[in-house]
Design a protein around this ligand. Structure first.
Ligand code: ADP
Ligand code: MG
Length: 681
């Protein structure tokens, strides 16, 4: 009785440990692939063991003792025909001390270091040999594990799972052959038990055919899950938004009246969006374009297309500042067409809010603009045709999925100024259609980026003085303090006080996230009107803000910002005809990572190039908002290094979903174990 309950409680603890590793089923064990491999097929003579490399040695125990200085440890001396070696353990069981009895033959695997008394291995894996024990013929897999779960037990469980789990292929043989991939069973087999003489380098570098098959399978599961959404959406109905007759065509009138010509890229993406909106299915399109590429006018055109079709449009922005700016831009362009945009803001009185909401609900107001949060809580439309979500990267993928579940039946246009590298948009964004504005409006002068260490602050202050004296305006971006919002605020207040004292002749403004929406709006309006000359700001101005007369930006402690953030911030200048300058003030000494970031931002102005560098420096988590959502990212594949596989997986997913949906389901089940979303834990 007691025994049984002890066993079940111990199997519970094993299950808990496995679940820490994300293992719930036999298949999860099968897909729990080695972290690396160790070579136990050879014995290295002690005298030849190279320092710093893990090797296997074999010798006879000469002595084993527990010593207490400097702290309790087990010290065993072994010897082979070439030399002597100390095995040292700071944590050990009594049974281990006993096993290492004088005269025993022991095989130990570890890194040899030069210790005080000659060579030693600290905490080697070891085995006492009883009789003749042939060397293993193949590399030994080493698995990722967690405290209290040894390699030995994990290996046994994986063995058992390999015998039990269904390992039949989800890909037809022809398909894997055509892609140059091996079969699934063969792949897991050879990764868990590499064959003698297996390609060691390929196994370690994860470039062997077996690894490529696993990476492909993982990417394929991701593609299937994202493309399933895509197909489901195309099967749903939404009102087609058609181009009306010429006399009633607001969009055509707007294009005619614009003070500029649409760039070729803008014309192309508008065509793509137009085509998509005319379909009887909900559009979910991501519009990417670098900062300043002119996404707003495209959003206005799309909104007008809904209005021309008798439907309403919602425009959602991540911040109040941005929502207000959109409200101004939209009003400027819609007003002459006799159309009105409603602005939903936190600074409205209750009465104002209620009447705005009523106008939206009755359909009197065709376009409503506000923050994302506001829309989620309050707004009822009479007939919503299109939702525009600006700067969608701010919301992260988790929020995107939530939004998708909610507003499933309307058309959606998502806009992002953080260019998404191709491999990423082909994978995590594969549920969407993508349009790219890859051209800036003509006549933009490139922004000059300067790096200056903080000892040159005086010079920088001088530049601001000159620039403002010449009638231009400047931003001063406060240091980012990620750890504490409180400290961040305090720093902003201090920076403001210092700069105010330094520029007694200038109107200096301050804007940060803790201000009331009305205060923020007032400050931004004053900066736009030119009465504030120098705007001290936190990253609240990171996205979207458009003040063409501001041509100088100083970013203090630039080394603390991420690449995407720096690119966004810098994009706030360079919007007018003047030459613009962005000064990155940094504090020495610079760490390795900060130095690479500053180099990338200094050398590049193309957002796509910067985004790719960012993806390589930091991985995809940042883009996907995965840090907040805890979403599981790819375990084996690397979007950049395995871009050929991403491409192949995309094509295969399409074919599978079309021709053998059942195999697609089976593949998803194998990799996701019944979780529907690739991005949810
Ligand atoms: P973003 O893509 O960063 O949102 P905006 O839509 O704010 O960029 O556009 C940046 C600026 O460029 C705005 O002042 C806008 O009016 C202007 N603009 C947009 N399209 C063109 C164009 N084709 N030619 C000239 N200026 C343009
Ligand atoms: Mg914008």
């Amino acid at each position: 009785m007691r025994k049984a309950s002890a066993r079940s409680s111990s199997s519970r603890t094993v299950a808990a440990k496995l679940s820490k590793l994300g293992i719930r089923r036999d298949l999860d064990l099968v897909l729990h692939l080695p972290l690396r491999y160790e070579d136990e097929t050879r014995v290295t003579p002690i005298a030849n063991a190279p320092p710093g490399l893990a090797v296997q040695v074999e010798g006879t125990v000469r002595s084993t003792e527990i010593v207490y200085r400097p702290k309790r440890q087990l010290v065993s001396r072994i010897e082979d025909s070439t030399g002597e070696l100390v095995l040292r353990f700071f944590n050990f069981y009594a049974s281990q001390a006993k096993a290492l009895a004088e005269g025993a033959t022991v095989r130990a695997f570890g890194e040899v270091r030069t210790g005080f008394f000659g060579g030693e291995m600290v905490h080697p894996r070891f085995r006492v040999l009883l009789g003749s024990t042939p060397l293993p013929q193949a590399l030994t897999p080493i698995y990722p594990t967690t405290a209290g779960l040894g390699q030995g037990s994990l290996r046994k469980m994986i063995e058992a799972a390999l015998a039990r789990a269904p390992l039949d292929d989800t890909l037809a043989e022809g398909v894997s052959k055509a892609l140059g991939l091996c079969g699934f069973r063969e792949a897991v087999d050879s990764l868990h038990h590499p064959r003698p003489g297996a390609d060691e380098a390929g196994l370690s570098a994860r470039t062997s055919p077996a690894w490529r098959r696993m990476k492909f399978d993982e990417l394929l599961a991701q593609q299937i899950s994202m493309r399933k959404y895509y197909r489901e959406r195309k099967a749903r109905a939404a009102p087609p938004l058609l181009r009306p007759d010429k006399e009633r065509c607001h969009t055509a009138v707007l294009v005619e009246r614009l003070p500029f010509r649409l760039t070729r890229a803008q014309q192309r993406v508008w065509k793509e969006i137009e085509g998509d909106l005319a379909q009887p299915h909900p559009m979910h399109r991501l519009l990417q374009g670098d900062v300043g590429s002119g996404k707003t006018v495209i959003a206005v055109l799309a909104a007008l297309r809904a209005v021309e079709n008798g439907l309403q449009a919602a425009v959602m922005a991540p911040t109040e500042i941005l929502a207000e700016q959109h409200f101004r831009k939209f009003s400027e362009w819609l007003g002459p067409l006799g159309l009105e945009a409603a602005w939903l803001t936190g600074s409205q009185t209750r009465k104002e809010r209620e009447s705005t909401l009523a106008a939206v609900a009755s359909g009197k107001t065709p376009v409503a603009i506000g923050t994302h949060a506001l829309f989620q809580e309050h707004v009822q439309f009479r007939s919503l045709g299109l939702a525009v979500v600006d700067e969608q990267h701010r919301f992260g993928v988790a929020q995107r999925l939530a939004l998708r579940r909610k507003g499933a039946e309307s058309h959606q246009l998502m806009m992002s100024a953080t260019p998404i590298p191709r491999t990423l948009s082909m994978s995590y964004y594969a549920d969407l259609d993508v349009s790219v504005i890859d051209e800036l409006p003509p006549g933009r002068k490139p922004i000059v980026t300067k790096l200056a260490d903080s000892s040159r602050r005086v010079e920088v202050v001088g530049r601001i003085r000159e620039s403002c004296a010449a009638g231009r305006q400047a931003y001063w971006v406060c240091p980012l303090i990620e750890e504490s919002e409180q400290l961040q605020l305090q720093t902003a207040l201090e920076t403001y006080a210092t700069l105010k004292a330094e520029f007694p002749e200038l109107e200096v403004g301050l804007i940060h996230g803790r201000l009331k929406p009305a205060q923020k709006a007032q400050t931004m309006a004053a900066f736009l009107a030119g009465s504030i000359k120098l705007l001290v700001a936190t990253t609240v101005i990171e996205v979207g803000v458009d003040v063409p007369n501001a041509s100088l930006m100083v970013i203090e402690h630039a080394e603390r910002f991420g690449l995407a953030q720096l690119h966004q911030l810098r994009g706030r200048v360079g919007r007018g005809a003047e030459e613009s300058v962005c000064v990155l003030l940094y504090q020495k000494p610079l760490g390795e990572a900060a130095r690479s970031r500053l180099r990338v931002i200094f050398e590049n102005s193309d957002g796509f190039v910067i985004a790719r560098e960012d993806l390589m420096l930091r991985g995809p988590g940042e883009y996907l908002g995965a840090r907040q959502s805890g979403a599981p990212l790819l375990r084996f594949a690397d979007l950049e290094k395995d871009s050929d596989l991403v491409e192949a997986a995309r094509g295969t997913a399409e074919v599978l979903l079309r021709d053998s949906p059942e195999a697609a389901e089976r593949h998803l089940e194998r990799w996701l174990g019944g979780r529907a979303d690739f991005l949810r834990a």
